[in-house]
Design a protein around this ligand. Structure first.
Ligand SMILES: [Zn+2]
Length: 58
């Protein structure tokens, strides 16, 4: 089963959706997107937790 995460669940208004085969790959995509699109240089435990909650099986 693949994983997806809609950025809007963490950052309201963002239309980015990350999709990957594994949760590890997904987190890498999300971290890269957060850096380039939202200027988030460091993913804090709080942010990581929100991202984890937003991950869906697809
Ligand atoms: Zn975003």
């Amino acid at each position: 089963m693949a994983k997806q995460m809609r950025c809007a669940d963490v950052v309201p208004g963002c239309d980015y959706t990350a999709w990957a085969e594994t949760e590890e790959e997904l987190m890498e995509l999300v971290v890269a997107h957060a850096r380039t699109a939202h200027g988030i240089e460091e993913v804090t435990p709080e942010v990581a937790e929100k991202v984890q909650e937003a991950i869906q099986d697809v």
